[in-house]
Design a protein around this ligand. Structure first.
Ligand code: SF4
Length: 218
């Protein structure tokens, strides 16, 4: 019998690793990587998720997540919200009792995401070459449960992010993450800039890349 389209999502991979970013860094986490992204950030390290993948029933995704036996689940991409049924998956994962986070580009409306989900929303810097995709209407929707993330590609990006922080009073809404672009900014430089400016942001590096480099599925 053919599976009704409403119950399926296009999926690139499901794997168990350590969460390498955000407030949940360090927790054993199942990653559900949905296929497709309408953006093309110049530093993207998951271009393999732009195309391909397989159709999975949401029930099958839940079963595969359960098989790994951990409490944290991260729905990522690509841009997971590019598939509308991602909202159903997020709700089902929450209903099943998982600690659920969503990594999203910040280009798509996050209003209908289940409120139990931790939304990690990017604000794309000029250095990403996708700044024009930022959906600034998302900013007033952010709560202390959420996080906003800047990937910093240069000192100019840092200054721009600092301006956004002040202009939108981001730190009064939610936690703000500053992360160096892996090959473009030395982590130490970014750390020094944050300390010098006493910025109310959380510095983070990508733990999984320190552990496993650019290995796929990690
Ligand atoms: S939004 Fe994420 S997945 Fe899409 S191009 Fe940018 S970094 Fe890659």
């Amino acid at each position: 019998m053919q599976v009704p389209v409403a119950d399926r999502l296009r999926l690139t991979e499901i794997f168990l690793s350590l969460q390498g970013e955000s407030r949940s860094a360090g927790w054993p986490t199942v990653f559900v990587r949905l296929t497709g992204c309408p953006l093309r950030c110049q530093y993207c390290d998951t271009a393999y998720a732009f195309h391909g993948g397989d159709w999975w029933e949401i029930d099958a995704i839940l079963a595969e997540v359960a098989r790994h036996g951990v409490r944290h689940v991260c729905v990522t991409g690509g841009e997971p919200l590019a598939q509308k049924r991602c909202l159903v998956l997020l709700q089902r994962l929450c209903d099943a009792g998982y600690e659920v986070s969503l990594e999203t580009s910040g280009a798509i409306d996050v209003a209908d995401v289940d409120p139990r989900v931790v939304r990690v929303v990017d604000l794309k810097t000029p250095g990403s070459l996708e700044q024009h995709r930022n959906r600034l209407e998302n900013i007033p929707l952010l709560t202390p449960r959420d996080q906003v993330k800047f990937v910093i590609c240069s000192r100019e990006d840092y200054d721009w992010a600092k301006g956004m922080l002040v202009e939108h009073r981001l730190d009064s809404r939610c936690e703000v993450l500053f992360s160096p672009s892996f090959t473009e900014v030395a982590p130490r430089d970014l750390a020094e800039w944050i300390i010098a400016d006493r910025l109310p942001v959380r510095f983070q590096t990508q733990l999984h890349k320190q552990l496993w480099g650019e290995e796929k599925g990690r």
